[in-house]
Design a protein around this ligand. Structure first.
Ligand code: ADP
Ligand code: MG
Length: 360
């Protein structure tokens, strides 16, 4: 593996009464699109500000391109930050906004023009250089902020919830655009977001944070398919969680008692004991009117709620043992559940191998 561009080594940040970042260790690779994902208050912004140099860690060190940044001020670090509220100067044209950061560090005038042009081309604003920010849409203003950061040619671009001020539709198209931009210019992006869809759709790897600490670092697929904890399973996508108790082993499976589902044999690589959680994604569950074949995990229940989303339907099934189970159905394949309605009794089933065993 090539040397990491950013090494976060044992970073802890304490504020009076709170540990904002708790012993975080991550290596971020060159050209990687890396996301820090977690609920509000989990320490994402603090960690990003420590990388940028706006905040001093209580413990630990940041290395950028192999160099310890401990005594390097923000303006001397090869990084640039795009803030949540994208500050642009309202009285300056788009071009002047982008040129500003070069002028203040004394970049030769002859160099400024071409670099501004190049940065505006990257964000597809080259035709709007003479406009003022108030003549732009929200998405275009956001791109001006991006161009202002990119024109400094950082090795790493830090983005703190950069799309949170945009409406849902625009946010989705900007997600695709950011991902494409990162691929085209090939610099490392570190993005902070509390929005799992945003992280899943853009990032090569995601670090999930909870209360200052990193819970899991993985690709979007691995986070979704193999979350390492109840917290990650619950935070990434929708999931049904069942409380269980391990009663023993059976070959390569662990025997787990779950109230309402019985004694289940769940394939599992490592040892498990005591209280555990079982997790199953709503789209792994099949609905049927007749009793499913043996070998599947199954229960019957009443359809309690049914939300129609055009391409999919989300159903909630309530069992006699008071389990409430979410099931997602592709409406295209609705024929399998035709003629069922709210209040009907149906069977639910899923494969043991689609069930994740998570330690509490
Ligand atoms: P996030 O970006 O994930 O929402 P933050 O990094 O902003 O989280 O905050 C993490 C925790 O640190 C929160 O409890 C927050 O209140 C606290 N915090 C952040 N900045 C400061 C500060 N300057 N002084 C005191 N507490 C802070
Ligand atoms: Mg934040």
């Amino acid at each position: 593996m090539s040397d990491p561009i950013v090494s976060i080594k044992g970073i802890t940040k304490r504020f009076p009464g709170v540990i904002a970042v708790d012993d975080v260790n991550v290596d971020i690779k060159e050209n990687e699109f890396f996301a820090l994902l977690g609920p509000s208050g989990c320490g994402k912004t603090t960690l990003l500000r420590i990388i940028a140099g706006f905040e001093t860690p209580t413990e630990g060190a940041i290395l950028i391109d192999g160099e310890d940044m401990s005594v390097t001020p923000p303006n001397r670090r090869p990084v640039n930050m795009v803030f949540q509220s994208y500050a642009v100067f309202p009285h300056m044209t788009v071009s002047d906004n982008v040129a500003y950061g070069l002028k203040v560090v004394g970049t030769p005038a002859a160099e400024i023009g071409p670099r501004v042009k190049e940065a505006l081309e990257m964000v597809q604003l080259d035709h709007l250089g003479e406009r003022k920010p108030d003549q732009l849409s929200g998405g275009q203003r956001q791109r001006v902020a991006l161009a202002r950061a990119l024109v400094k040619q950082p090795k790493v671009l830090l983005l703190d919830e950069p799309l949170s001020a945009l409406d849902a539709k625009l946010r989705e198209s900007m997600q695709l655009e950011l991902a494409r931009l990162q691929q085209t210019i090939g610099i490392t992006f570190i993005i902070v977001t509390h929005d799992q869809d945003e992280a899943l759709s853009m990032a090569d790897r995601i670090a999930v944070m909870d209360k200052g600490a990193i819970t899991q670092i993985a690709t979007p697929e691995v986070l979704y398919e193999q979350p390492n904890s109840r917290f990650v399973a619950d935070f990434i996508g929708k999931v049904n969680l069942f409380d269980g108790t391990v009663t023993g082993a059976q070959g390569k499976a662990v025997k787990v008692d779950v109230a309402g589902l019985g004694s289940l044999a769940i394939p599992h690589d490592s040892e498990a004991s005591g209280k555990v959680s079982l997790a199953v994604r709503p789209e792994k569950i099949k609905l049927s009117k007749t009793k499913p074949k043996a070998g599947l995990i199954a229960t019957s229940g009443k359809i309690a709620d049914w939300a129609y989303y055009g391409n999919t339907s989300h159903m909630y099934i309530e069992t006699p043992d008071d389990l409430r189970i979410a099931v997602n159905i592709q409406n295209e394949s609705r024929d399998t559940v035709d003629h069922v309605d709210i209040g009907d009794t149906v069977w639910l089933s899923w494969r043991p191998e689609d069930t994740l065993l998570l330690a509490e």
